[in-house]
Write a protein of this length. Structure first.
Lengths: 72, 622
């Protein structure tokens, strides 16, 4: 399942780091951050709890970029 | 500017003013140190906080952390001015970046300003209420006043008006609509109010599909973007380790050789490295360039579904085109009347009347050429002979209209036609009266389109058609197409494209152009599939990688030129940014460039790269 979320982030490199962090999150099969559209597309693994996974994604993203925001 | 940006701007101004003031005052010792800390904290406190968080989260290559190390190091070495200045310029760069990106994001959104704000729903009591387009159900009646955008696809119920499709196609030729016409969202109603019965939900309407496509286009990353992501991942750690090596190795070597260690000199050079370690200029300018290119293309009615397709399009050397619907109009028209024993117009009139009741495309084109609706009362005794034609009595004369077989059946010897196309013979009262030539019409601009492709560096143009060889070769010759494959079944087209793909060289790509209706397999088989005349056709929008909103074949070459320009800009930025950074690293290591040069290189390169990337937006003269 694929979903896309609106994000807030200031710089392009930070967006790249968020993408990396999201990809490594448990329950996420693949993730891609579109800095120009300020959107994050997340492909979840089968059976993953979307809300719980997104909370983990946000936590991991905050580790690399402390003032980022994901709307979910 | 956003609130956040304004705050940063104020901090920059205050810190800059303080810095200038302190430079003018004759300060020494601890007082000087303490006073310099004021502008330093004003401009850098958030960086220092983020750097601390970076350490807590074990992110050693966080750019805030690196910036903090570089500036604290500079201050520790007594280079107060440089410490503050580096922080100051770093913030200026960040501010410019976020401002420029925000601006370009908005200007690209403005180019694609086709999203309707509301729909005027007509209630049963005749009252009009403005609602969110999302809330309009299928089959509702909406009112669109002159000057407004049509919010949802549907059919006109009442009203005569013309529509401006420029926002969708890039061409501003108005389209006439009346009751019964299908209309698509995104067009602007020009002259009179229209009532429209919606045929789709907003989310399924053309506007939503196009916006969705453009917004998601940059999610499909190109090779350049992937290269930059990989580069950024190694670049920062590599520069940091080099900085560490630079701080430790030369002094140690000096010590071993028994010379002065010069710790502070090498430490300063190492800190210079840290200032250049952020790959921001590269990381921002590449996606921005593609985003601008895709935005600029969509303003011309060319939708490119991803940066990767832009890259493929720029390398196209072989273009394979479908004939019907791409190069020809796909509507059969009378192109000549030969050997007529009476006036051409009279012959057409009789033929059109004889065929008046038929719905065959050939009959329709005869009636179109005649110019007005045939008068049914003049026609009697209509006999349709399957596979041959029609025999009817028109104004009391027996008129036979059909192929050579029909002529022989009525005892007339037809005269062969030397031109290519479908030939309709006519016999009147048992005597040969001439033949009418019907052929598919080549689109306006098709010849220019092929010439433009050759000019744009396409080395091979190929036309595929299901038509007979003679027709295919005739069209190809008139258009200047290099190669033609005719009498193909739909499945043969895939094979033909595969054969051409096998022939093409490495680094060169093949594009297929079709109308997207029944060539989806070929569109997906080619390196890049281009569908044209896609306005209102979902199938085409789904199947293709590049979508031309109208059916002008000249747009193919334009799409290639736009991609080339975009790719050129992206490559310029890659080489420019990497080049300047490497140069500064080299000069920094040798002690020829200090922190000032480093921070100017970092911020200046980014500003120039961003400005250069925005050039991709300008596509109107390509």
């Amino acid at each position: 399942m694929k979903k896309s979320y609106k994000i807030e982030v200031d710089c392009a490199n930070c967006a790249l780091k968020m993408e990396e962090a999201a990809k490594k999150t448990e329950g996420v099969k693949d993730a891609s951050v579109n800095f120009m559209a300020l959107k994050m597309t997340v492909e979840f693994e089968e059976g993953a709890d979307v809300k719980a996974t997104m909370e983990k994604v946000l936590k991991n993203c905050r580790k690399v970029e402390s003032d980022c925001e994901i709307a979910f | 500017m956003s609130k956040k940006q304004k705050k940063v701007l104020w901090r920059i101004l205050i810190a800059a003013a303080l810095l200038v003031l302190l430079l003018l005052l004759p300060l020494t010792g601890w007082l000087r140190f303490a006073l310099f800390l004021i502008p330093y904290f004003v401009i850098g406190y958030d960086i220092l906080i983020k750097a601390f968080k970076g350490i807590v989260n074990r992110q050693p290559f966080d750019e805030n952390f690196l910036m903090a190390v570089a500036t604290v190091g500079a201050i520790a070495l007594g280079e107060y001015t440089e410490g503050v200045a580096v922080m100051l310029f770093y913030q200026i760069g960040e501010l410019f970046q976020s401002y420029a990106v925000g601006r370009s994001r908005r200007s690209i959104a403005a180019l694609m300003d086709i999203r309707p704000d509301s729909a005027n729903l007509l209630g049963e009591d005749g009252e009009i209420t403005a609602v969110d387009p999302d809330e309009v159900e299928i089959g509702s009646i909406i009112v669109v006043r002159p000057g407004e955008k049509i919010p949802i696809d549907g059919v006109v119920v009442s009203g005569d008006s013309s529509l401006d499709t420029a926002a969708l196609t890039g061409e501003s030729i108005p389209r006439e609509v009346r009751a019964g016409s299908e209309v698509i969202s995104g067009c602007i109603n020009l002259s009179a109010p229209l009532q429209i019965r919606t045929g789709r939900e907003f989310g399924e309407s053309t506007v939503s599909k196009i916006l969705d496509l453009v917004e998601n286009a940059t999610s499909r990353k190109s090779k350049s973007e992937n290269f930059i992501s990989r580069f950024a991942r190694v670049y920062t750690p590599a520069v940091c380790y080099s900085a560490l090596a630079l701080a430790l190795l030369p002094p140690l070597v000096n010590l071993l050789l028994g010379r002065g260690a010069d710790f502070t000199v090498w430490l300063y050079r190492a800190l210079t490295f840290l200032v250049i370690s952020c790959p921001c200029a590269l990381v921002i300018s590449i996606p921005l360039g593609f985003f601008a290119g895709i935005g600029g293309a969509s303003a011309q009615g060319i939708l490119i579904k991803g940066s990767n397709f832009m890259e493929t399009l720029a390398d196209v050397r072989t273009i394979v085109m479908d004939k019907t619907g791409t190069l020809t109009r796909g509507s059969f028209e009378v192109s000549g009347v030969h050997h007529a024993s009476l006036e051409d117009k009279q012959l057409l009139e009789l033929a059109a009347h004889a065929e008046a009741l038929s719905t065959h495309p050939i009959s329709r084109s005869l009636i179109r050429a005649y110019g007005s609706e045939p008068d049914g009362t003049r026609v009697t005794d209509v006999r349709e002979i399957s596979g041959q034609g029609v025999i009817a009595r028109v104004d009391g004369r027996e008129v036979a209209v059909g192929n050579a077989k029909l002529m022989r059946a009525v005892g007339v010897e037809p005269i062969d036609c030397r031109s290519v196309g479908t030939v309709v013979h006519v016999a009147i009262d048992g005597a040969y009266a001439g033949h009418i030539l019907i052929s598919d019409v080549i689109k306006d601009g098709a010849r220019e389109a092929i010439d433009a492709l050759h000019e744009a560096g396409v080395t091979k143009t190929v036309m595929l058609t299901g038509d007979i060889r003679a027709v295919g070769e005739d069209v190809a010759k008139r258009l200047g197409i290099d190669q033609v494959k005719s009498e193909l079944l739909p499945a043969d087209k895939v094979e033909a494209v595969e054969a051409l793909l096998a022939e093409s060289q490495k680094g060169e790509t093949l594009a297929f152009v079709g109308d997207g209706i029944n060539d989806a397999p070929v569109l997906s088989r080619a390196d890049v599939g281009i569908a044209m005349g896609a306005l209102g056709s979902d199938a085409a929008i789904e199947a293709a990688d590049v979508v031309l909103m109208d059916d002008d074949p000249r747009k193919i070459a334009k799409a290639i030129r736009i991609s080339r320009k975009c790719l050129r800009i992206v490559r310029e930025n890659i080489w420019f940014a990497i080049g300047v950074k490497l140069l500064c690293l080299a000069l920094g290591a040798l002690g020829l460039a200090g922190m000032w040069a480093a921070i100017f290189a970092d911020v200046g390169v980014m500003v120039l790269a961003v400005l250069n990337a925005l050039r991709a937006l300008n596509t109107s003269r390509l």
